[in-house]
Write a protein that binds this ligand. Structure first.
Ligand SMILES: [Zn+2]
Length: 110
């Protein structure tokens, strides 16, 4: 029966590892870092889940520096008007209109 113990340990480790990969990917995915979270889980297992908690792929608001979820038209922290590029949604162009109270003006389409 001594031979089954290493196998059992391997299977348990594999299952735990699998859940770590899934958990790390999920945690990273909540902050647009699913790929990195997945890799952390795969490489570091339980440690990777903890590391995934520190991942944050979201863009920073150029005015206040807080993380902003993709697609937000206004910074939820300081109210800065944000414009997102369509080609690469991770890059953000800012409409830095200082008068945030102004109604959205008609923009010339290029
Ligand atoms: Zn802001």
């Amino acid at each position: 029966m001594e031979d089954t113990l290493p196998l059992l340990a391997f299977i348990v480790t594999f299952i735990v590892w699998f859940f770590c990969v899934a958990a790390a990917g999920e945690i990273g995915g909540q902050r647009e870092s699913g790929g990195m979270g997945f890799m952390f889980g795969l490489l570091f297992g339980p440690l990777g889940v903890i590391m995934a908690g520190f991942l944050d792929g979201r863009q920073r608001c150029p005015r206040c520096g807080e993380r902003v979820n993709r697609g937000y038209s206004l910074c939820p922290h300081c109210g800065l008007s944000l414009t997102w590029t369509k080609v690469n949604p991770r890059i953000m162009i800012v409409n830095d209109v200082s008068e945030a109270a102004d109604p959205p003006a008609q923009e010339n389409s290029r």
